[in-house]
Design a protein around this ligand. Sequence first.
Ligand code: PGA
Length: 252
Amino acid sequence: MQNMPEIFVANWKMNQRHAEAASFAEQTCTLAADISSSNKQLVLCPSFPSLVDVATITSESLVTVGAQDCSAYADGPYTGQVSATMIADAGCSYCIVGHSERRRELNESPETVAQKTARAVEGTLAPIICIGETLTERNNGHTFSILEAQLNPIITALTQCQVSASDACIAYEPVWAIGTGVVPEETALIEVFSWLANYISTTDSLRTATLLYGGSVTAENGAAIMGIEQINGLLIGGASIDFQSFRKIVLL
Ligand code: PGA
């Protein structure tokens, strides 16, 4: 889509110690300044302890910062959880929700992810909503019903709390492509992203969402993926941990 920024999200997961995160953030500020005339937006998603530092380092730059998760609750007695408002207070503008590693490891249900999305939007964060099917689901022909089952509760939750998620991102991340080195065939990506574009066009709350792809993105395959119509950004895991590798993908 024309005029929409291309969004490059570095999802560091549980990597990057404090000093590494700070150094990466400084280098990303320089990179963002170098490409300021492009329509590319760079988002760094460190682990919670580094959020404030990375947000402070990047505060005067074009780089934006996101958290990797937020609580499904606004505030209260939820030991160990971090609210969307706290994340926004830390200087963030994005929050990843529904990553498949959390759905799998922590049994996060589509309803919980929907509540997290609503809290993120209420807390002025742009949610990066991760969706995707497993290989078994794909092989059984259930890809679209799974994506729908993940997205429908989000639409309901956003409608119920009457918040508009105009700057939301939806990241299609097939579970079988995450960290495996396997990327879907171009025809499969075209099929899913056409479906997604059509799906969001029928909604009020996610109509303007930016569509991202995630799963084994590298400097070798990034340009071809970004060449697919409807894909306006990348959610990068393993290849975003090393700055030079992230830089190569951004500069493709
Ligand atoms: P990957 O991870 O790039 O290492 O496959 C992507 C993600 O999980 O967001």
